[in-house]
Ligand binder design. Structure first.
Ligand code: ATP
Ligand code: MG
Length: 738
């Protein structure tokens, strides 16, 4: 018996290609070692293995509606270090919290050009599948990675990028693009990631990255869009958390003369902005090493020495700003107690000493067409200083992304822009519920509602609509359409963001609590909105008087309105902006534009900017074919081998995995237009070979009957054949090869 036949026999013995990856993957080496006699033994061991490792596609679970069975399967696989499982084409990934030997070049090769279901589930399979669809169908793709903080989104997105960097064809120019794409990660992580209680390397911004490919499938460029950096971290960190990595990297790793030039000491404890969380060192992070990595990455991406110098001047300036201390004069006006920081700042930023000092203690007001400098009190001055630090850091981060984009933009002198396709990678914050939820969680959870909406549009809804359009009978699956919650947040005039903006604009007594009252008045009767007030005038005890609750698709979250107006306004006093416009630092020059000073139009609020950028993101994603990676965090202790049922059940719920599985089970794994199906497989049936003259549907019907498809395995629609299980199609594919 030849190898191919024996392999097929084994596959049949298991009844499904899906379940026999174990056999397939080990087959050749096994045969080498034990010869054909050993095959039967292997069959036995494969069957036992199946019990031990569970199914690799949840669709195959016998009790597919049971959450317990779902989690059992996930646990079985996790214990065997099998962190990936499919729900159809959706990849579920559980963070192993340890290095697994599954990301080698050898593994990449194994997944290259191989059908999704012929090898075990892997992020490389998803990467390869998107890549092949892009190439064969010429359709832009996107890979959407979601999950809560620490679930492994960023790691997954890096694996995808590495896969393309290693497996795609390359010339010298392409290699440069690949290097830059890869090196953008350490740079953005240094400036945009931080140690939080949930993740030692938590992304504090959302990221969408396009990788552009030429017609040969080689990466020729890229583009990054960043979303909502958590700027507040620059000036404040909760206990056990840190500021952005770059500050510690510079202080730990910066060369002696560099630190001297920047006026910095090699001791994070010296800096007010670095001590709030009381956590300067993290065991899993080597700041000194990371500094070297980042410096190298900056130069590979193409930052000049001057640019790096200017960038570091800014980072050091933020630390100096944080150390400015205010005293209070007799009349209550703020004054700066020591001039040391001002001296460094004026040198590093290239601004006049006195002007800077005045701007940090005064506010410019216009009275009767005259401009006056009105002194600030100590508290106001501190918050003006912090607002400046946040603005400088936030804008520099955006500058950094733009700079990386310039370096990644495909170069016409090397590549033709024709026939290019794109794979987009989305690594964005997952749903967040903390003890105290504020404006940031509100934005993040709104973002997740939008992504869920997209998921519904692209998979659940479109899947059902297609069956309807094709006249396929099937049992509709009930799912919750969260559009109602998206509207609650974003609707014009009466959505939460509109009401918030209105309060931000209203002169006089507007504050966080008046905002809450407006919300109550407008949305009090909405099914997904609650406050402490009950309809009968009584008070809901479990809620604070400064909170509102949203019933998200993923669960209930109470938001504290404290700080909503300030964070949404994100105001920086005009005179501080003016000083920044005067700066000789070239980066700040680009970040603070003089036009901003003369522009009478009010800048968009944070929430509205975010809303608009999400609307654009949805448009980008809607135009592409999506693949989903759903990341799960196994425990809160960042520990390998620990599988916390309660935590995982919660994630399974809000990632909508059971719903996903129900739709998948009810649906059909494959669909092909009749002409394509017939063209590809007509050689397998004497009646359709070499050509079928009749109606396409009859040709396909004749063909599949000849192939022995059972009635429950397929359905014929108006223009397409729908095949329920992947194994059916694979058997047909295999027949082609014989
Ligand atoms: P956040 O939303 O906070 O940015 P995240 O989902 O991006 O979280 P990651 O930073 O990707 O989470 O992962 C957290 C940590 O978990 C990583 O630093 C790494 O230690 C570990 N980890 C994640 N995925 C893997 C993996 N596939 N193999 C090994 N370790 C992993
Ligand atoms: Mg991340």
């Amino acid at each position: 018996m030849d190898l191919g036949n024996m392999r097929n026999m084994l596959l049949k013995a298991h009844g499904s290609v899906l379940e026999s990856t174990f056999v397939v993957e080990n087959f050749e080496s096994f045969m080498d070692a034990v010869g054909s006699d050993g095959v039967w033994a292997m069959m036995e061991s494969a069957l036992t293995a199946r019990d031990r490792v569970g199914v690799q596609d949840f669709v195959l679970l016998e009790n597919h509606t049971s959450e317990v069975a779902f989690i059992d399967n996930l646990r079985k696989r996790f214990k065997e270090n099998l962190i990936y499982t499919y729900i159809g084409s959706v990849l579920v990934s559980v963070n192993p919290y340890k290095e697994l030997e599954i990301y080698t070049k050898h593994h990449m090769e194994r997944y290259r050009g191989v059908n999704f279901y012929e090898v075990s589930p892997h992020i490389y399979a998803v990467s390869d599948n998107a890549y092949r669809s892009m190439r064969t169908e010429r359709r832009d793709q996107c890979i959407l990675i979601s999950g809560e903080s620490g679930a492994g989104k960023t790691e997954a997105s890096k694996k995808v990028l590495q896969y393309y960097a290693i497996t795609c064809p390359a010339s010298d120019q392409v290699q440069t693009v690949k290097d830059r794409l890869l090196q953008s990660n350490p740079v953005l992580e240094a400036f945009g990631n931080a140690k939080t209680l949930r993740n030692d390397n938590s992304s504090r911004f959302g990221k969408y990255m396009d990788i552009q490919f030429d017609f040969k499938g080689a990466p020729i460029g890229g583009h990054i869009i960043n979303y909502l950096l958590e700027k507040s971290r620059v000036v404040h960190q909760s206990h056990g958390e840190r500021n952005f990595h770059i500050f510690y990297q510079l202080i730990e790793g910066g060369e002696e003369d560099l630190l001297r030039r920047l006026g910095l000491e090699r001791n994070a404890q010296q800096y007010q902005y670095l001590v709030k969380g009381n956590c300067p060192k993290v065991s899993s992070i080597n700041d000194r090493n990371d500094w070297k990595v980042v410096r190298k990455a900056l130069s590979i991406i193409g930052f000049s020495d001057d640019e790096v110098e200017e960038l570091l001047n800014i980072i050091a300036s933020v630390l100096h700003l944080g150390n400015i201390q205010y005293g209070s004069e007799d009349g209550g006006n703020a004054y700066i107690t020591v001039d040391t920081q001002i001296k460094y700042l004026s040198r590093l930023l290239g601004v006049d000493n006195c002007i800077l000092k005045e701007a940090l203690t005064h506010k410019k007001i216009t009275a009767k067409e005259e401009e006056l400098m009105s002194p600030l009190n100590q508290e106001q001055a501190s918050s003006a200083r912090d607002a400046l630090s946040k603005a400088i850091y936030g804008r520099t981060f955006t500058w950094l992304v733009n700079k990386i984009n310039t370096s990644l933009a495909f170069k016409e002198e090397f590549f033709s822009g024709k026939n290019t396709s794109v794979i987009g990678l989305l690594d964005i914050y997952g749903f967040e519920v903390f003890q105290n939820n504020s404006f940031e969680q509100f934005c993040i959870n709104y973002c997740n509602e939008k992504l869920q909406q997209l998921f519904i549009e692209l998979t659940l809804k479109s899947e059902q609509e297609e069956y309807e359009a094709e006249g396929i009978t099937w049992e509709p699956v009930q799912y919750f359409n969260n559009k109602i919650i998206c509207d609650l947040v974003e609707e014009k005039f009466k959505g939460i963001i509109s009401i918030l903006d209105e309060e931000c604009l209203r002169p006089g007594d507007a504050n966080d609590l008046t905002f809450l009252v407006k919300l109550e008045d407008t949305l009090g009767s909405h099914a997904h909105f609650l406050t402490h007030k009950l309809a009968d005038g009584k008070t809901r005890k479990v809620m604070g008087r400064d909170e509102f609750r949203l019933l998200h698709y993923a669960g209930e979250v109470n938001y504290n309105v404290n700080g909503f107006l300030d964070k949404n306004n994100d105001l920086l006093f005009r005179n501080l902006k003016e000083v920044m416009c005067m700066s000789e630092n070239k980066i700040l020059n680009q970040c603070f534009d003089r036009e901003e000073l003369t522009d009478k139009k009010r800048p968009e609020t944070t929430a509205t900017q975010f809303k608009n950028s999400l609307a654009k993101l949805m448009e980008i994603l809607m135009s592409k074919e999506p693949s989903y990676v759903r990341c799960i965090k196994p425990n809160d202790a960042k520990q390998a081998g620990r599988f916390d049922d309660v935590l995982i059940r919660h994630q399974v719920k809000y990632l909508g995995l059971m719903e996903n599985l129900r739709v998948r089970r009810a649906g059909f794994a494959y669909r092909r237009r009749y002409e394509i199906f017939l063209q590809r497989y007509k050689s397998l049936c004497p009646d359709t070979w070499p050509n079928w003259d009749g109606r396409l549907v009859d040709g396909v019907s004749t063909l599949v009957k000849h192939l022995g498809y059972k009635p429950e395995e397929y359905k014929l629609g108006r223009t397409k054949i729908f095949i329920r299980f992947p194994k059916t199609l694979f058997a047909t594919e295999d027949a082609l090869e014989v």
